[in-house]
Design a protein around this ligand. Structure first.
Ligand code: GLN
Length: 188
């Protein structure tokens, strides 16, 4: 299995490390043709306004939307902001892959970065450390969206069909539970 990691800005190399730990071959994606070899794609955290600008520059907006029709995408933090229906910031062109709205930097300045143990899924029973860095908040969740984890009623990990989105950074801990979940959801 080969998983693409969008490598135009942000924390892509840490995602590559997490994938390698699972014996999955990461492919750095910068150009459209590189998507052809990927069974799934990770859109990393970073700065969503910058990533959005670069997605336009590299003509990747439509190819990623097309990719999402048949192959799974996992967005973390800025990656989820991009995947959302609406991130309420005109500088971000939303890919509209996960039917949620986003409030960028929604956790406020004082707690713009924090780490917390979270439980994943109702039946999955995993507990992991989640690191939040100027994290977005999710609201106005569409019917098809499943909430896999939350903190005080705030969704932090969601799934819609084959796609996943997290407001935290699973690539920044040694724990590979979340990446494993994504990989295992892909039947190749
Ligand atoms: N606050 C950033 C943004 O809006 C996201 C931060 C992150 O990806 N860690 O784009």
């Amino acid at each position: 299995m080969q998983i693409g990691v969008l490598a135009i800005q942000g924390g892509f190399s840490k995602h590559e490390n997490s994938l390698r730990k699972l014996n999955v071959n990461p492919i750095e994606v910068k150009y459209e043709y590189q998507l052809n070899n990927c069974d799934g794609l990770i859109i990393p955290g970073g700065e969503s306004t910058t990533i959005s600008k670069l997605l336009n520059k590299y003509y990747l907006i439509n190819p990623i939307k097309e990719f999402a029709k048949t192959k799974p995408i996992f967005g973390t933090c800025a990656g989820l902001i991009l995947m959302s229906r609406n991130s309420n910031d005109s500088r971000v062109e939303n890919l509209n892959i996960i039917d949620v709205e986003i409030n960028r930097n929604g956790w406020g300045r004082q707690i713009s970065s924090f780490s917390q143990m979270i439980k994943i899924g109702q039946n999955l029973n995993y507990e992991i450390e989640a690191i939040f860095i100027r994290a977005p908040k999710i609201f106005n969740i569409g019917e098809k969206v499943e909430v896999l984890a939350e903190i005080n009623g705030e969704p932090v990990f969601v799934k819609q069909g084959i796609h996943f989105g997290a407001t935290f950074h699973p690539e920044l801990t040694e724990d590979i539970t979340i990446h494993k979940l994504f990989i295992e959801s892909i039947a190749v």
